[in-house]
Design a protein around this ligand. Structure first.
Ligand code: UD2
Length: 311
């Protein structure tokens, strides 16, 4: 059993990752500044004697160093971030602090205290404006937001360090993650979180464009599972991999599934496509299978049914 430090533990992905680590018998120190995370996400975890939660800003110098020195984890799962692409555009300095400086501080603390492994929340946003219909890890990286650029820089910081020796880094390029605890608060929140709330409240949804756009939607339960694998499985080598399903689902299909669960909710309205919207985003999942032994298991329809039941 391992000791794992999770940054951003109270967030959407962080809280599910923490839950799964604890279920596996690991000991977890969670750090969160509660900027976008919520203590309520950790209600179950907080009942475990193997879990401790500390309010802390990992971008603040000295914070990671202190907690890594005290806790002595075998692995760090670094999920704390400025999660909004939109906010990275409106406040690029904050994006740099939370999405790049924080990564450097995590790396420095790991090196200083002999942590052997870092798992990092990267993003399909690093590929940006690609013409590849099936995104491979080798696909050109052309981020189109400060957020995507920062995730790519952070990968560079961590993988450079890993190449220099002594540290195993796994960068997880998450595609469109969905599931319970995703915050639907902003119009730029993940579309499934927005749709779930609107259907639950009996309001119809708005589809931007004709609804034929597709995404590679992956359940947060699969994402938590791959985070735990990357943090705890022995014999892994450093690298970056897409965390995706390899299956495309259109927005029309998503709406069709919601409509089955909520037959009385009005049909969706259609509005102009969002400026800069990508039509298709689909990842190749083979590398995560080869390097981590991970294959996504939750079909979108099952994940949506579970999400609807969970609230
Ligand atoms: C964005 C981010 C990604 C991540 C994701 C949230 C970029 C390059 N990527 O990707 O990093 O933060 O959002 O999961 O910015 N839509 C509607 N109606 C709505 C809301 C959305 O039709 O009420 C459409 C939207 O125009 C798009 C699709 O749904 O075509 C998916 O939107 P999204 O914001 O969930 O995700 P995405 O892939 O644009």
């Amino acid at each position: 059993m391992a000791k794992v430090l999770v940054t951003g533990a109270a967030g959407f992905i962080g809280s599910h990752t923490t839950d799964l680590l604890l279920a596996g018998g690991h000991t977890v120190l969670g750090l969160d500044n509660f900027r976008s995370g919520h203590r309520r996400n950790l209600a179950a975890a907080l009942r475990s004697a193997a879990f401790r939660l500390v309010e802390a800003d990992v971008a603040e110098p000295g914070v990671m160093a202190k907690h890594v020195a005290d806790f002595r984890p075998e692995a760090i799962i670094h999920l704390a971030a400025l999660v909004s692409v939109q906010e990275s555009i409106s406040d690029p300095a904050l994006n740099r602090r939370l999405n790049v400086t924080a990564t450097q501080l995590v790396a420095d603390a790991a090196v200083a205290h002999g942590v052997k492994r870092i798992v990092f929340a990267s993003s399909a946003a690093i590929y940006g404006d690609t013409t590849d219909l099936l995104i491979r890890e080798e696909t050109a990286k052309q981020p189109i937001s400060p957020y995507g650029e920062a995730k790519l820089s952070s990968e560079g910081i961590l993988l450079g360090l890993a190449a220099a020796g002594g540290l195993t880094v796994r960068c997880h390029r998450y595609f469109n993650v969905f599931g319970p605890r995703q915050d639907p608060a902003s119009p730029y929140s993940g579309v499934i979180s927005i749709f779930e709330r609107r259907y639950r409240e009996g309001r119809g949804v708005t589809i931007f464009g004709d609804g034929s756009q597709t995404r590679d939607f992956i359940s947060v339960h699969d994402v938590a599972r791959v985070n735990v694998i990357a943090a705890t499985k022995s014999g892994l080598v450093a690298g970056a991999a897409n965390i995706c399903t390899g299956r495309a689902t259109s927005l029309r299909e998503v709406v069709g599934i919601f409509a089955q669960h909520y037959p009385k909710v009005p049909a969706p309205q259609y509005a102009a496509a969002r400026a800069g919207d990508i039509v298709h985003s689909l990842g190749r999942p083979e590398r995560a299978q080869a390097e981590l032994g991970f294959t996504a298991q939750v079909p979108v329809a099952d994940g949506l049914a579970e999400l609807i039941r969970s609230v």
